[in-house]
Every structure is written in structure tokens, then in C-alpha cells.
Write a protein of this length. Structure first.
Length: 484
């Protein structure tokens, strides 16, 4: 999607050459003498445009206007929720009218946060997946120009918002692709493709490299499948070599059948989304490519399929992780933590400022927090605050979850150093406690995105979360000069 920010001149608004000119009207609208103001004032006075967020008035070929249609949309007081309602209403018209070139005019200067919500919501509403459809017609909307009373102070915020959209859309694309179009090898190729951008380097390790590193936990998950595993390392060097990087670790299970501890058939197709953590890492790198901020970031993706065969890891098998800790695999469906624990050990070599792992880790997190907030697990208070506030500012929310040591009691076993599952109670937390055992060398937080990475039901599809949250967190590092 091509976004453009430009100056809004009320008297010139009738001369826009576009398929539809959308005008956002708030409660504080004051009419001027220009034709557009007069039109809006009339619509309000007559009650044809109701003063409630999401109300629209679709006008076809109004006199003096060059554009085919002018759509007035009320956004109440202009809060972020109001803006989203307005966008949803506008998009239904824009879609039905097959609009390609849209101009959105705002009479009042928006706050940076409002502009950002507008851009993100427009992109979200118009996103269309086509990769595995025979009809390759993607979104019809090609260009959206947003006209504001003073564009200069908003330029930087706008650039950021548009870049984050490209990252969110890359994450959606990978999340949505079916598992036969998004194997670990495909994912690695997708990562490699990002190395065409400045400051980005990508290395891909295969089964032999992973064996040499001693990643017995990761290998155990991968060995039931015919598709070979891939361990992907992306580096974005935007600052001096000495500056410790933020490391992002993504769970990249391209399909999770559960393995020998097989999942029920209903909705098993949704387990193609089990690589959304990895997709969010790719999305972040896409944004870094665009914005070129002066920070160092490493992205690591542990990717494989979790399938059943005569070679699959079995319940009760004990494997040795890269850290040396032995793990009893009591449930082969708790595979995410097995691939992540080796990745978490691997990243010690980067002497990270912070490590964040992002994973569709537990159904229990979906039960706890639903689709609104991701689970955020860390015993580092400063980091917790930084992530929570990044979630707020990016409108990509997370919620702080506990990590008391007592939660780890259930992971005890007589046959290895640790078991990969505890009981059903507190499942999202016991999973995080398992991961925590591998993170003693650095500051760490775990984001469980099982509930937020995709939507089920009629609107089934990847959300691109938490690219927004991660980008706000990363870019705040640049501003403050240190890592919070
Ligand atoms: N990928 C799943 C988690 C998941 C489940 C995400 C449902 C989204 C929706 C993960 O690998 C898994 O299977 N976790 C198990 C853990 C259990 C065996 C301890 C789960 O949550 O059921
Ligand atoms: Mn699983
Ligand atoms: Zn999984």
C-alpha cells in the first residue's frame, strides 16, 4: 500500500483527482467558507450526517467537485476507537465502490498517535491475502493520501507508521501461508530475501550445523518430519559493533500436529500459524530495513515441523539441550519450548542487551488473556514496563504475567533435569518457567502471542502482532540511547 501525507487546503479540496475523497468530521468541526465546509455543514445541519463515530454520508458527484464521490464520515471526538470505527465504515464504501486512489482529508490537525492509528487501521482493513488463490487481484486500493492542516510536524511519525505497516503485512503474509507454502526452507528463503536491504545480513543453518551445536531439544522436535529444520540468524547493524544488540527469538513451527501426542482434528489447520513468532521477527526486520535506525538487532528463528512418523520423538524420551540440561519430553505437543530453549542458549554468544522471545506457545495463554493482550513474562521490572508501554503506544497490547518459582515445581522429574510439561494449571506460566531456565546469562522477556497472532472464525487470519509492539520497544531504545 502506498501512503502519502500532504497538506490539506480546504479551498482546494474540490479539485482532488481521485476515486473517492473522504472527509473526517469531528464534534469540533467549524465551517469555513469553502465548498467542502459548506457541504459538511449542510450535512450536519440536515441530520444526513449523524454525529456518531462511524456514521457516513456517501455523496455521488457533488456539484463543483472533481472526484466521483465524496464520503463524509463522522468520528465523534476523534479518539482512537472513534477513528477505528470511522475507518471500518469508510472501508465498506471504498471496497464496494472499487476505489483505487483515495484522499482522506482532516479539518483538524491530528495528534501523532491518531495519525498512526488511522494509517494502521486503513492498512489492516484493506489487507488481502492472495498467495494461494488463483485470483491474484490483491487489494484494489493502491494509494491513500492523507491530507492534514500541517504535515511537517507529522512527517516522522507518518514515515514510521507506514514502515511498521510493511512489517505487519510481511508478518501477516507468512502467518497466512499454508504450511506447504511456508516450510522451514521457505521461511529461510524469506529471511534471506531481506538481506538485499542495507545493514541486514542473514545466515541459515541446517540439520548438520544444528547437530554440531548440540541442539538436542530442537533436533528432537524436527526429527519426525521429512522437511529439514532451519535455524535462521538475521543481523541488523545500525550502530557501532560494540553496542550490545537486542535479540529477538521467534518460534517457527511451520506446522504443529502435536507429534505423537497428537492434537484433535478440529481446527488443527490453525497450527499453520505456529510460526507467527518467527513471522513477527521477519516483520521487524522489514521495518528496520525501511527505517534504518541506529540500533543493533539480532533475530533468531528456530523453524521445523512437528509431525508424526517412525522417527518422531516419543513421550518419555529424554533429550539433551544445547545448554547441557537434559529434558524429559512428557508431551511432544509442548514442542515450542523445546526449539526455543536451544535458540535461547545459542544467542548467549551475542552478549545481548536484552533477549525477547516471541512464541505462539500455549493454549493456556489464549484462555487467560484471549485475543486482546499478549502475555508478557519477565522478572525484570524495567523491561516489563518498557514492553507494556510499547504495547500501549503501538496499540498492540500485552499484559504482565507472574513468574514465581513455585510455578516451576510441576516441571520436576526423576528421569531428567527438567520435564517439558507440568500439569494443566497455569500452563502459560509453567511454559515460561521452563524457558527461564535457559536465560540466566542475560536480561530476558517472553511474549506468548498464542491468542493475539491470529484471528479464528469468519475473519480467520494472521494479525501481524506483535510487530507494532516490538518496533516501539526497539525504537524507544534509540531515543533513550540505552536499553530499557
Ligand atoms: N502451538 C501450541 C500452542 C497453541 C495452542 C497456540 C492453541 C494457539 C492455540 C503449542 O505448541 C502447544 O501445543 N502447547 C500445548 C502445551 C501443552 C501440551 C502443555 C497446549 O497449549 O495445549
Ligand atoms: Mn504444540
Ligand atoms: Zn506449537
Amino acid at each position: 500500500m502506498n501512503f502519502e501525507l500532504k497538506l490539506f487546503i480546504p479551498t482546494a479540496a474540490t479539485q482532488e483527482k481521485c476515486d473517492a475523497s473522504v472527509v473526517f468530521v469531528t464534534n469540533s468541526f467549524k465551517a469555513g467558507k469553502d465548498a467542502l465546509s459548506v457541504l459538511v455543514a449542510k450535512a450536519l445541519k440536515s441530520g444526513d450526517l449523524l454525529t456518531k463515530a462511524g456514521q457516513i454520508l456517501d455523496i455521488y458527484r457533488p456539484p463543483v467537485f472533481l472526484t466521483t464521490r465524496v464520503v463524509l464520515v463522522h468520528i465523534g471526538d476523534g479518539t482512537t476507537t472513534d477513528i477505528r470505527k470511522g475507518v471500518a465504515a469508510v472501508y465498506s464504501v471504498v471496497k464496494a465502490a472499487r476505489v483505487r486512489h483515495l484522499v482522506i482529508s482532516l479539518f483538524l490537525q491530528p495528534a501523532p498517535q491518531a495519525l498512526r492509528v488511522l494509517v494502521t487501521a486503513l492498512a489492516d482493513a484493506s489487507y488481502t491475502y492472495t498467495t494461494t488463490k488463483s485470483d491474484k487481484q490483491g487489494r484494489l486500493l493502491e494509494k491513500i493520501a492523507i491530507a492534514v492542516p500541517d504535515e511537517k510536524p507529522l512527517a516522522e511519525c507518518f514515515r514510521r507508521a507506514a514502515a511498521v505497516v510493511s512489517g505487519i503485512e510481511l508478518a501477516k503474509e507468512w502467518g497466512n501461508r499454508p504450511a506447504n507454502f511456508a516450510t522451514p526452507t521457505h521461511l529461510a528463503a524469506g529471511a534471506k530475501a531481506l538481506s538485499k536491504f542495507a545493514r541486514i545480513k542473514v545466515d541459515v543453518l541446517g540439520p548438520k550445523d544444528v547437530a554440531k551445536l548440540g541442539m538436542g531439544a530442537f533436533e528432537a522436535v524436527a526429527k519426525g518430519a521429512d522437511e529439514p529444520l532451519r535455524f535462521i540468524v538475521l543481523k541488523y547493524a545500525g550502530s557501532a559493533k560494540e553496542k550490545a544488540p537486542v535479540v529477538l527469538v521467534g518460534k517457527g513451527i511451520t506446522f504443529d500436529s502435536g507429534g505423537i501426542s497428537i492434537k484433535p482434528a478440529a481446527e488443527m489447520d490453525e497450527m499453520k500459524f505456529d510460526m507467527c513468532g518467527a513471522a513477527s521477527v521477519l516483520g521487524v526486520f522489514r521495518v528496520l530495513a525501511e527505517l534504518q535506525p541506529d540500533i543493533n538487532v539480532v533475530g533468531v528463528i528456530a523453524s521445523c515441523e512437528n509431525l508424526l512418523s517412525g522417527r518422531s520423538v516419543k513421550p518419555g524420551d529424554v533429550v539433551t539441550s544445547m545448554s547441557g540440561q537434559t529434558i524429559e519430553v512428557l508431551n511432544t505437543d509442548a514442542e515450542g519450548r523445546l526449539v526455543l530453549c536451544d535458540a535461547l542458549t545459542y544467542v548467549e554468544r551475542f552478549k545481548p542487551a536484552v533477549v525477547l522471545d516471541i512464541a505462539t506457545l500455549t493454549g493456556a495463554c489464549v484462555i487467560a488473556l484471549g485475543g486482546v493482550r499478549s502475555g508478557c513474562f519477565t522478572s525484570d521490572e524495567q523491561l516489563s514496563e518498557a514492553l507494556l508501554s510499547a504495547g500501549e503506544s503501538a496499540q498492540d497490547l500485552c499484559w504482565s504475567m507472574p513468574l514465581d518459582d513455585e510455578y516451576a515445581d510441576g516441571l520436576k522429574t526423576s528421569f531428567a533435569d527438567v520435564a517439558n510439561v507440568a500439569g494443566r494449571a497455569g500452563g502459560a506460566i509453567t511454559a515460561a518457567k521452563f524457558l527461564q531456565r535457559f536465560t540466566s546469562k542475560y536480561r530476558w522477556a517472553h511474549l506468548d502471542i498464542a491468542g493475539t497472532a491470529w484471528k479464528s472464525g469468519a475473519a480467520k487470519g494472521a494479525t501481524g502482532r506483535p510487530v507494532g509492539l516490538l518496533m516501539d520497544y526497539l525504537l524507544n531504545q534509540g531515543v533513550k540511547g540505552g536499553v530499557a
